[in-house]
Design a protein around this ligand. Structure first.
Ligand SMILES: Cc1cc2nc3c(=O)[nH]c(=O)nc-3n(C[C@H](O)[C@H](O)[C@H](O)COP(=O)(O)O)c2cc1C
Length: 348
């Protein structure tokens, strides 16, 4: 079985997330006159409806619907209705996004705001109704008719579609945007991460810079639930590993290079960024505690035991991985003026 959850359950989870976005969008379009408050969240929600949201439609249209078509004709009945609604939503959303970007770009006049309200309300109403029909009619039919083999086939295609979109996203998003948008993820979907993606992450880590190009780090990929759960017990700060679908432990002989900690940290960050580029969420579980050597020893002893790592090797961090349950919120960062200095440290 590809996933512990049925594909229809995964789609229903997406729906719950979308319904929350629609609720907040509904509130925003009622407060367009308060642009200073509305602009940032509206930008975020509108970006979701321009990008990630459509992955869900692709999963339905490219993976679930073709299986359903084997017993429901596409032209008529619920499948035909859902597809027609997808088209309507695509068109409505395109118009809506155009108007939102005019508003965000400076056209915050009554006319544009009226248009956003009209297009937004239509989009919200049609999509809520569409989700209700899929959850209560179409997915029930899928659950009743698809056998395990078909469910597995659909789930496998979901993983491919996730991967493909990430590839596209990577080209659209660019490194700079990814660096700015990266956030820790500590709450993951049940969807497993494919072995191809996991081994690709380690392959990418090979290209990390290391002091004197020693490249002495080694990596352990962990996907077994029981092992991940045991790792989550290492410390309170990594308890979230119990929802991760995979993890990569970074291992090194600290006598192999004077830069062992730096080399591992850089490689761990490469893995983290590569995971982001592949549409995964990731987070860092620290096993090295610079100010508490005894805690480092305790944590790493625990991890070494679980992963059968020889005593002489260090395991300074484990990167937890999986597909995000929900998009990350923006996080406050120091202002550039606070951290930037030119030519010398400022005289206080
Ligand atoms: C060296 C290092 C150690 C970290 N250790 C942990 C950890 O043990 N557990 C954890 O949940 N997050 C850990 N993090 C993640 C940070 O808390 C997180 O990156 C920071 O709060 C900024 O949030 P963001 O990643 O969402 O931008 C660590 C990050 C770094 C760079």
């Amino acid at each position: 079985m590809v996933s512990a959850k049925k594909p229809t359950d995964l789609l229903k989870e997406d729906h719950q997330n979308v319904l929350k976005k629609l609720d907040s969008l509904d509130e925003m379009i009622g407060n367009l006159d308060q642009k200073d408050k509305v602009a940032a969240p509206l930008k975020e929600v509108s970006s979701f409806f321009q990008t990630d949201f459509w992955v869900h439609f692709d999963k339905e249209e490219q993976a679930l619907f073709p299986e359903l078509e084997k017993f429901i004709p596409r032209e008529s009945g619920p499948l035909g209705v859902m597809l027609a609604e997808h088209e309507d939503l695509r068109k409505t959303n395109a118009d809506f996004q155009r108007t939102v970007s005019e508003y965000l770009g400076g056209a915050d006049n009554p006319e544009t705001m009226g248009e956003i309200q009209q297009q937004g309300s239509h989009f919200i109403t049609v999509l809520r109704d569409h989700i209700f029909k899929e959850d209560n009619i179409l997915f029930s039919m899928a659950d009743a008719h698809l056998d395990q083999h078909q469910m597995d086939k659909v789930a496998e295609l979901f993983l491919k579609i996730d991967g493909g979109h990430v590839l596209e996203g990577k080209q659209e998003r660019g490194v700079i945007e990814m660096l700015r948008g990266r956030r820790s993820c500590k709450d993951f979907l049940d969807t497993p991460v494919s072995p191809e993606i996991l081994s690709e992450l380690v392959d990418i880590a090979r290209y990390s810079p290391s002091g004197a190009n020693k490249n002495t780090w080694r990596f352990i990929i962990i996907t077994e639930r029981q092992t991940l759960d045991r790792l989550s017990e290492t410390a309170r700060t990594c308890s979230w590993l119990n929802s991760a679908q995979a993890a990569i432990a970074v291992v090194i002989d600290p006598l192999s290079t004077r830069y062992w900690l730096e080399d591992c940290s850089v490689a761990a960050y490469s893995i983290w960024l590569a995971a982001e580029a592949r549409g995964l969420g990731a987070a860092w579980a620290a096993m090295h505690q610079g100010d508490k050597p005894e805690e480092s020893v305790r944590r790493q002893k625990h991890v070494r035991e679980i992963l059968s790592i020889p005593d002489e090797l260090a395991v300074p961090m484990v990167i937890g991985l999986g597909y995000r349950k929900s998009p990350p919120a923006e996080r406050e960062r120091p202002a550039l003026e606070e951290i930037i200095n030119w030519e010398s440290y400022p005289i206080l």
